[in-house]
Design a protein around this ligand. Structure first.
Ligand SMILES: NC(=O)c1ccc[n+]([C@@H]2O[C@H](COP(=O)([O-])OP(=O)(O)OC[C@H]3O[C@@H](n4cnc5c(N)ncnc54)[C@H](O)[C@@H]3O)[C@@H](O)[C@H]2O)c1
Length: 244
């Protein structure tokens, strides 16, 4: 099997640097190029004839970068968080028109994918659920893409909703943010990488499902796997779980 040629976009960032190392070290992949702010990604795609672009940039440019990659007929592997559901849909339509495979994944860590899968199972029995996500203090967006995806999955799988009780926040925001009637809390501290707890409460029992990425290399098995897999797809998939 010939190696898949890959460009890393956002290559100077924390995730980008890890992706460059991982792609370079993977025998099934060739590091065709690296891009960051100020570089012409489309020109680089043209010059290198790369098959895949891995994007770890920032929320404000994630849509535009993904659109450029698809329009250049190159398979996108997007890890950048902050894409809105309607933007994901628009990118999926664009990729479908071109029959181009790709992946947008809020979390490339296998353990995080399993955390979401187990949480989806548990919410059928424990409809009282809250999410706490914890990240390093330089993360720009909140809540994390993983938390948003988890909330969507929980809402889809929850068969009954807990009774709503009147609450009063003494300090605004004390109960976090609410999506699909599920509270989500974001912690930002130096020393953290990427962590999430899904907490369930039942009758005299609680269940906590927790995942910890303790180094950014935890995401790279999923990134390299996706770079090879997207070549066999003809749609743009949202979530690594659909590829495993
Ligand atoms: N999917 C996952 O598994 C996962 C895991 C961790 C982080 N993330 C996400 O990945 C993204 C990057 O995280 P990070 O910690 O590496 O951030 P970072 O700030 O360290 O790096 C971002 C890089 O993108 C570059 N950049 C910005 N705009 C660009 C543009 N238009 N074109 C090319 N490069 C551009 C910046 O110069 C920088 O080098 C964030 O959205 C983060 O939430 C995803």
């Amino acid at each position: 099997m010939t190696a898949v040629s890959v460009i890393v976009n956002g290559a100077k960032g924390r995730m980008g640097q890890e992706a460059v190392k991982a792609v370079d070290a993977d025998e099934g992949l060739i590091l065709a190029g690296q891009a960051d702010v100020g570089d012409d990604l489309v020109q680089l795609i043209h010059d290198t004839q790369a098959q895949v672009v891995v994007d770890f940039t920032t929320a404000s440019v994630a849509f535009e970068n993904s659109r450029k990659i698809i329009e250049a007929n190159v398979h996108p592997v997007v890890g950048t968080s902050g894409l809105m559901p309607e933007q994901v849909l628009e990118l999926q339509k664009l990729a479908a028109r071109k029959k181009l495979g790709g992946l947008i994944a809020p979390n490339f860590a296998i353990g995080a994918v399993l955390m979401m899968k187990f949480a989806k199972e548990a919410v059928r029995y424990f409809p009282n659920v809250e999410v706490i996500e914890l990240h390093h203090d330089r993360k720009a967006d909140a809540p994390s893409g993983t938390a948003i995806k988890t909330l969507d999955m929980l809402a889809e799988a929850r068969q009954t909703e807990p009774n709503h009780r009147e609450e009063k926040e003494i300090l605004p925001g004390a109960r976090g943010s609410v999506q699909h009637k599920i509270h989500v809390h974001s912690i930002r501290l130096p020393g953290l990488v990427a962590h999430q707890e899904v907490l369930f409460g039942g009758t005299s029992e609680t269940l906590t499902i927790r995942h910890d990425s303790i180094h950014r290399e935890s995401f790279m098995t999923g990134v390299c796997f996706a770079c090879k897999k997207v070549l066999d797809l003809d749609t743009l998939i949202y979530g690594l779980e659909h590829l495993l």
